[in-house]
Design a protein around this ligand. Structure first.
Ligand SMILES: [Mg+2]
Length: 123
């Protein structure tokens, strides 16, 4: 079986996460607040990988296999808790991402923001 993005849907991942949680009866702990906190905690763990990195260090991280593996794991934690939150809230991830990207497109039109950070544009 090929467990790659190319042949896995978000629906598949939501079901895998849901089954993992249900088999352990962990849904009793998975309140929206607990999951939002967990996403934030795991995001901090992801960010910690870069602590004290210079811009140059960041560009080298792709070739640092140990850090890359840590990054994979923390990214997975963020995504797993995000999928769990979407499961219990009945949030459709595809629709939500498309809606948010449409808002972002309107907020940051290409004509004004191409190659320009929002922080440099007084947004
Ligand atoms: Mg973690």
């Amino acid at each position: 079986m090929n467990n790659k993005d190319e042949n896995t849907t978000i629906k598949d991942l939501k079901l895998i996460v849901k089954e993992f949680v249900q088999k352990r009866n962990w849904q009793i702990f998975h309140t929206p607040r607990n999951l939002a906190e967990s996403i934030s905690i795991e995001s901090a763990e992801l960010l910690e990988i870069f602590q004290w990195f210079s811009r140059e260090d960041c560009s080298k991280i792709k070739h640092d296999l140990a850090r890359r593996e840590r990054m994979r794991e923390e990214l997975a934690d963020v995504l797993i808790y995000s999928l769990s939150l979407s499961n219990i809230m009945g949030i459709d991830i595809t629709e939500t991402i498309r809606d948010k990207l449409t808002k972002n497109e309107n907020r940051y039109p290409i004509s004004k923001f191409r190659g320009i950070s929002p922080k440099d544009h007084n947004v």
